[in-house]
Design a protein around this ligand. Sequence first.
Ligand code: PLP
Length: 404
Amino acid sequence: MIYLNDNYLELPGSYLFSEIAKRVRTYREAHPEAEIISLGIGDVTQPLPPAVIDALHKATDEMAHIETMRGYAPEQGYEFLRNTIAEHDFRARGIDIDPSEIFVSDGAKSDTGNIGDILGVNNKIAVTDPVYPVYVDTNAMAGRLGSFLGNVWEKLVYLPCTAENNFIPELPSEPVNVVYLCYPNNPTGTTLTKTQLKEWVDYALRHNVLLMFDAAYEAFIAEDEVPHSIYEIEGARQVAIEFRSFSKTAGFTGLRCGYTVVPKDLAAQSQKGAKAPLNSLWMRRQTTKFNGTAYIVQRAAEAVYSPEGKKQVREIINYYMDNARIIKKGVESLGLAAYGGVNSPYVWVKTPNNMPSWNFFDYLLTEKQIVGTPGSGFGKSGEGYIRFSAFGKKDATQKAVALF
Ligand code: PLP
């Protein structure tokens, strides 16, 4: 007999993107002449910055010579990259993060999904709703969420984020142990100010709660009052893990690199009451299950912080944020309420007359040949919204908006 992990049987199918693809395919078959423009994708379209490409070439050449070739990378990441990250992402902002608290990886999806390995199955989890689905599904796989009851998980605490509360989640009204926060947010594109995030850090300090802070879209922040890192908030070192990614920052979705910060001040308790530092546990987890990010990729990530790299990355981000402005303006000119798109590459749009997300999706596809992502696919509180992505090419984005 072979027993499987029953938790996997509770998972609903990954319905959202396959359903979108199916509906687009059906429409295309019936209208082969139609030009369909996608504002649905969350993937980048611009090529990697030249500084990154140069670093990749140089590192690849090193691998061709016996004196400079590299084998297994250190599981936690090369010191050259961890030092560069600590300097540019944290010390430059007056934040005290030591390179030994930084763990380089193949991206934030793996890290946000794997981090649960070091946490007990009995932790009560809270997520904002709508939500990046990885936090939910990986906790379900670990058996923390119980059964899936149609459209909600039995043991998961949902923190609704809608226009009614300005997309600012309320503190949980019941005890929880772990809260996932993603800011700037995917899918809503909204942010928390330093003052608003401080409320969460203070709450976590008061109640001994762990905050999982996903800052994958940090590079898109334009407004001063929006924190780039949770560690800008006093006390966060005692309560928060932060996830970062080079995917959206520098176009690494196909190259794969990210990192996670696990401060040494963070500790959790064993079933018997003994305390253990999460930094050591995550190190143990990574050294056992992960064999390091490729050397050439880490050199490419290092190049993102060079003066040319920074300039080139800024140009690419400005390109996407121009798209965001174009989309938002276009949507608003129709009289629809649009959120996000200022500190993030996503514009979150209220459907007209409270139309269900999928109905609005069908309307846009069949009447305007535009593809968005139905908000209800990200959670119950996403119903009545649709997400537009600014990661498309500029001419396609302009064309789509002209069709609105
Ligand atoms: N976190 C959020 C909120 C995301 O939207 C994404 C990707 O879309 C990720 C993490 C994954 O990033 P990576 O490409 O580094 O795995």
